[in-house]
Design a protein around this ligand. Structure first.
Ligand code: ZN
Length: 316
């Protein structure tokens, strides 16, 4: 019964990838799950208007608990900063010509990693209540701990739904950012070594939508400069089967180069702990290694758009 419930969702994932690449509107119920207000614009801003049944879920409110981001941007307190960030999302959606139900899980910026299990529980409730067919979220790439925590929570949410015996949404990934070999970071592409990406070439009017969305995030203008020049296409791919207890790549992660109070080893310990709160039964549990070597994401073939469905349990 569980497997029969799970299988149709994989077909819907392929349908969404095709719709995004062929620039066709979709009636699928899609949840875009992002860590911060503006991540949706970076990853899928030029395509949001194609999704008729859209739920936008933010795992954090974009403000640090200590209020330093709010102060840096000239706000008196966190509530006013959070309110303006929410207004920026509303304006960006209007600029995109998109409509969405918006859900904020309410974590503080930089704290999603400490709350992956509770985030997974909240996400599972949203996915079930909204009847979500496909989730579009951020990849596990070591770019920002909140991004990685969001990816992990989405996968754990699927486990929760699977165990409940209800429909499990499939997962598609949008791009974010990750460390490059020059000590900086790379945007708008996935970390190499994962599943082949489906490329959505944005027609001029959709590039303009994306640029207009970026302009709506006045509080993030400086940080978004690195992303605003890359509006000609958006990449999507089926989510790999991650082992979140291994680093996403060798070498320093992007957030380990920044003063964000998190390192990879600590993050992975938190992910391991969250994962243990949502275990599979022994017959369902994927093999796990305690090795600290980079994770090797297992994935479908490059021809995934045409590949038969072969896996019957949700990825980790
Ligand atoms: Zn972000």
């Amino acid at each position: 019964m569980l497997l029969d419930t799970f299988r149709p969702a994989r077909t819907r994932r392929l349908e969404l990838l095709q719709d995004l690449c062929w620039r066709e509107r979709t009636t699928l119920r899609v949840a875009v799950v992002a860590a911060h207000p503006d991540d949706e614009t970076i990853g899928i801003g030029g395509s949001l208007h194609l999704i008729e049944n859209l739920t936008l879920v933010y795992t954090t409110n974009g403000a640090t608990r200590d209020g330093r981001y709010a102060k840096q941007k000239g706000f008196d307190d966190n509530p006013s900063y959070i309110r303006v960030r929410q207004q920026e999302v509303q304006r960006a959606l209007a600029a995109a010509g998109a409509a969405a139900s918006i859900v904020c899980c309410g974590m503080s910026d930089q704290e999603a990693s400490y709350n992956m299990a509770s985030l997974a529980s909240k996400l599972a409730k949203v996915f079930q209540a909204e009847g979500i067919d496909v989730v579009v979220t951020q990849p596990y790439e070591g770019g920002h701990p909140d991004h990685d925590a969001t990816a992990c929570a989405v996968h754990l949410a699927r486990r929760i739904l699977f165990r409940k015996g209800v429909a499990v949404p499939e997962v598609v990934e949008m791009t974010s950012y990750h460390a490059d070999t020059d000590g900086s970071f790379t945007t708008s592409v996935f970390l190499p070594g994962g599943p082949a990406a489906a490329v959505a070439e944005l027609p001029p009017q959709d590039q303009e939508r994306k640029r207009a969305m970026f302009e709506c995030f006045a509080t993030q203008a400086r940080a978004l400069k690195a992303f605003q020049t890359k509006t000609d296409r958006e990449l999507f791919r089926p989510a790999p089967e991650y082992d979140f207890t291994r680093p996403p790549h060798a070498g320093l992660l992007h957030y380990e180069r920044r003063d964000w109070g998190m390192d990879g080893m600590r993050w992975r310990a938190l992910a391991r702990s969250a994962r243990q709160s949502v275990p599979f039964t022994s017959s369902q549990r994927p093999s796990m290694s305690g090795s600290e070597g980079p994770t090797r994401a297992r994935h479908s073939s490059p021809e995934f758009l045409l590949a038969p469905e072969s896996q019957a349990v949700p990825a980790n």
